[in-house]
Design a protein. Structure first.
Length: 469
């Protein structure tokens, strides 16, 4: 009785937060479509209100981020006459990130009740050793397009359960590591090109003037390098067992189990690409409208006997408990965007006064440096969103470097993907480490150390080739 009362109280207290974040998402989406009119400042105001509610119960890291944000706000107010404009822009970035996160999360909620998606994941995890890594890499890539970080939880959890069922401890350890790395690297390979990734959403803001369609084809080459090098390393360094190989597992169902996932992906990509091309709205703005709509339709399809009741129940639960459960993630993501956007104009004059001029660097030095920027800052705990929003505006323009802006996007998003594999502070390494029974630092530097170095080298060559040739 006490537990249920406590839960009910918590839900009641958190519902305003969930509703406020949903309103922020709606306002940002309307703004992306040019439908806010004279209410352009509304998303920033709603984000500020949401952060006030989020700050009531926040963990240590979130409190540090909030403290840094407040310090930057005070610094700007004390030193710049245009600080209200800077603050409005920074809260606007926080609103955009909260809205993008919320929109993607709706599809994760819809998939959690879909037996077809779980069967699809189980089919991939049950593949024989010769093709299991490749199946999970491709599967991790496809699932990540739909579920974002939820793909790691779903496929990683199925991989963990599959490996734990093996009685031989040597086989179990090798299988678990290889399966989890396949899922993680498949996830990271989506970051350079997916219209549903934060890497694309944030980088296309930092490097303006480009559409998603302008970068998607060369970005797919980056994606292929990330996935291909991971598969090659797994194949070359295949572990040698001291005993006999275990018998093959029985695979439930056939390749037709992938059909629901592929159909859903095709629908999403056609809608996003078609509307992006037909309306001129940014791909991320289209995604923020399309993803929740598809999620609601998916929920309704799963309950054909009472679709409206199902949608209302899920939407109500999402506002009351689903979104507030991501309190810590929302604080970190929103404040990363706020700090980066607020800090860059404050840091720029200081660097210029100190004589630091990045425009003197030749493109053949700066482009590869951008590939390594995000993973290196990730080693000291800097969130990729924070790194890109803070350091991106300080970079010289592509025109000043004499390179295509696409090359700069390729460099930044490629580095973002490397950070997802190597930084001990990202959600990917934390999740994979927890499921693999090792620390996130072990995942990033030991399991993925060679992969990061080789892939970083390959991406650097690719970016240089694209940018200069």
């Amino acid at each position: 009785m006490t537990t249920s009362s406590s839960t009910a109280t918590t839900s009641k207290q958190d519902t305003p937060l969930g509703v406020l974040v949903l309103l922020t998402t709606a306002a940002v989406t309307l703004g992306e479509w040019g439908l806010l009119g004279g209410l352009a400042a509304l998303p920033a105001a709603l984000a500020l209100a949401a952060l006030v509610l989020l700050a009531r119960r926040v963990k240590r890291t979130g409190a540090i981020f909030l403290g840094i944000g407040i310090a930057l706000l005070v610094w700007a107010a004390a030193t710049r006459a245009d600080w209200p404009e800077l603050a409005s822009r920074a809260f606007g970035t926080a609103a955009f990130i909260a809205a993008f996160f919320t929109a993607l999360t709706t599809l994760r909620v819809a998939s959690s009740s879909s037996p077809a998606i779980e069967r699809c994941g189980r089919y991939l995890a049950q593949q024989p050793p010769g093709r299991r890594y490749l199946a999970l890499t491709v599967g991790g890539h496809l699932f990540a397009l739909l579920l974002n970080y939820g793909a790691l939880a779903l496929l990683g959890g199925l991989a963990e359960a599959n490996a734990r069922s093996e009685k031989n401890p040597e086989v179990r350890a090798h299988r678990l590591r290889r399966m989890l790395l396949a899922v993680q690297r498949g996830f990271c390979s989506t970051l350079p090109w997916s219209p549903f990734s934060f890497a694309i959403a944030v980088t296309l803001t930092v490097v303006p003037g480009l559409r998603w369609l302008d970068i998607v084809l060369p970005a797919l080459v980056s994606s292929a390098l990330i996935a291909g090098i991971g598969w090659a390393l797994d194949t070359i360094f295949k572990p040698r067992l001291s005993g006999p190989r275990p018998p093959r597992q029985v695979i439930e169902g056939g390749i037709g189990r992938l059909a629901p996932l592929l159909v859903l992906l095709a629908v999403m990509m056609v809608l996003v690409g078609g509307l992006h091309l037909g309306t001129g709205v940014r791909a991320v703005g289209v995604a923020m409208a399309v993803v929740p709509t598809v999620a609601l339709i998916w929920i309704a399809i799963q309950r054909p006997e009472a679709p409206r009741a199902a949608v209302c129940a899920v939407a109500g639960g999402f506002a009351a408990t689903g979104l507030p459960a991501y309190r810590d993630e929302l604080v970190l993501l929103m404040m990363a965007g706020f700090i980066g956007t607020m800090g860059a104009p404050l840091l720029g004059p200081m660097l210029a006064a100190g004589g630091l001029d990045l425009t003197v660097l030749p493109a053949w030095v700066l482009l590869p440096a951008l590939v390594w920027l995000v993973p290196l800052t990730g080693q000291i705990g800097m969130n990729p969103i924070l790194a890109v929003t803070l350091l991106g505006p300080l970079l010289p323009s592509p025109e000043a470097l004499g390179v295509s802006p696409v090359a700069m996007v390729l460099a930044i998003t490629g580095g973002w993907a490397l950070s997802g594999a190597s930084s001990p502070f990202t959600a990917t390494t934390l999740l994979i480490g927890a499921m693999g029974g090792v620390s996130a630092r072990h995942v990033g530097l030991v399991w993925n150390g060679l992969f990061t170095l080789l892939t970083g080298f390959a991406l650097s060559l690719w970016v240089l080739g694209y940018g200069l040739l």
